[in-house]
Design a protein around this ligand. Sequence first.
Ligand code: PRP
Ligand code: URA
Length: 230
Amino acid sequence: MSKVTIFDHPLIQHKLSILRDENTGTKEFRELISEIAMLMCYEATRDLPLEDVQIKTPMAPMTAKKIAGRKLAFVPILRAGCGMLDAMLTMVPSAKVGHIGLYRDEETHKPVEYYNKLPGDIEERDVFVLDPMLATGGSAVDAIQIIKRSHPRSIKFLCIIAAPEGIDVLSKAHPDVDLFCAAKDECLNENCYILPGLGDAGDRIYGTDVVGEVTIDKRGSTVKLHSKIK
Ligand code: PRP
Ligand code: URA
């Protein structure tokens, strides 16, 4: 079975509470997704091997540490996974990026593939799949299946909120893939949305599919939009 790590770091938990709040607007939501992804990246890369290198500080020569030539690839699942990408690249600028386009069919809740572009040398790389939401697990399972066809060295899955159903489905389908999340929520509702969750991650990141009042502050920067998904 997959190793499942749930990050209980206070900074992550604090930011997650603001992220979930329906009064959090698009701009702040996007920033929080990025900040949480950056903190998760820090933890999820904890096992990268180090090697000794000889350097000279302005004061003295020394044996220092560098990451031992491991090549990484980040693969966001479109759209919402892209919200986590810049933060990951800030931490590991040398990583290559692939994209997998999947959307959930509204009736069946099954993922439908519409795009797939992975780095050509992915077989030399450790892959981190990015998606803020693991609900039924269908999108994650299919995305990882697509990536496995190109034989990467390893795959880890990073999400912000996971439903117990998704964790179960993913770890049974891909027991070799370790899963990292900031929260394991209670359940799915009848539309396969996570409860309590945060609504539709893609819509909240990109400000699509909204109802209700749009409020813009005096500087024109804070936009409050409310997700239709309850
Ligand atoms: C969301 C989310 C995941 C998927 C999770 O994407 O970002 O990819 O649903 O659900 P699952 O575990 O039941 O498959 P969505 O299909 O809404 O597409 P979007 O990112 O384009 O909004
Ligand atoms: N996708 C989302 O964006 N949110 C959910 O709760 C479930 C799937």
